[in-house]
Ligand binder design. Sequence first.
Ligand code: PMP
Ligand code: GLU
Length: 400
Amino acid sequence: MDFISQRVASLAVSQTLAMSQRSAELRAQGVDVINLSVGEPDFDTPLHIKEAAKKAIDNNFTRYTPVPGYLSLRKAIADKLRNENGLDFAPEQIVVGNGAKQELCNVILATVNTGDEVVIPTPAWVSYVEMVKLADGKVVEVPTGIDSDFKVTPEQLEAAITPRTRMVLMCSPSNPTGSVYTRPELEAIAAVLARHPQVLVLADEIYEHINYTGNFTSMASLPGLEGRVVVINGVSKAYAMTGWRIGFCAAPAPVAKAISKLQGQYTSGASSIAQKAAEAAYTGPQECVAEMCEAFRRRRDLVVRLAREIPGLKVNEPQGAFYLFPQVEHYIGATAPDGTRIESDSDLAMYLLDRAHVATVAGSAFCAPGYIRFSYATSDDNLREAMKRIGAALAELRVQ
Ligand code: PMP
Ligand code: GLU
């Protein structure tokens, strides 16, 4: 008897976090591992944000917070949505929680009934599928590949939607592919969704500011989707604040209310201090955001160039986020120097960890076997060394 519920027993472990943990363990044993697994900015949180948090403690922002978040923070978020995205959400439509992750899960739990279909274009971030499983929903994957820049087409989406579809989940800029949908591409998708008014759109826009195209379109601004887009965003990526755990959803009023009810029963409002820091992030100087984005763009250029020099990797040029998602099919079926066979992208990721001491994440974790994800949110030196090691380890494989 292990006392574990069916619900949790059937959940997969988050492979991004698991790979990162494994690389930390190896590092603790003295192995010189380069960690390209977890996706988080390597920058420190900007000074003015840290100062705001210290001030919050001194000013005794130390008690329970309102379940959906401080009104002042929700107002700052409403202003951000209006000024940056042209969206009109009232503070009552915004719920702040412990990271975008909690708000994504809240939205799914608050809107998906048992057996409801949730359409997810893949490759897709690790946690979406598991969150839908938690809500007893049915995942409908729509696979895309490197040749279409990992973008779902309106035709594919139309074919995937049925009368049982409750939700379509979109992520742009995308984790794990770095693809960024253009406004015309999103308009074509919105035209399909407009024909299916029973579908709620869950738009994960957490990488909004790590975008090299110079253009970002929030799905909530698209014609035909008024009142049925939930926007997910937060401070983790744009302001290098992953550990502070503040994210939000902006939703139709009844959905926001339902999420508050849910959150009120199982976590309450998010940390008072972190909320004050997030408020400073949204209301303070924004230069830091552009500076970090520029650093990521330079690293993107470097890592794309180096990865393209490695034979057998098929590499596209990501337009946002901080991930490279090369196709590695060339090496599936190859034999390692010790005679073992690389049967899958997961075997390849393990081989790279053991042989090259570089931690990556297998494409399978993102419902995309045959690929591998590198997070390039690390120093140029680390990236150069990692690509050198990966190239050398792959050259040792015997490909049939
Ligand atoms: N969505 C995507 C696509 C992500 O990559 C992440 C990063 N873990 C999240 C949501 C969650 O971000 P957080 O909980 O740190 O706000
Ligand atoms: N978004 C990051 C990643 O995909 C953080 C880890 C996580 O929350 O899964 O690596």
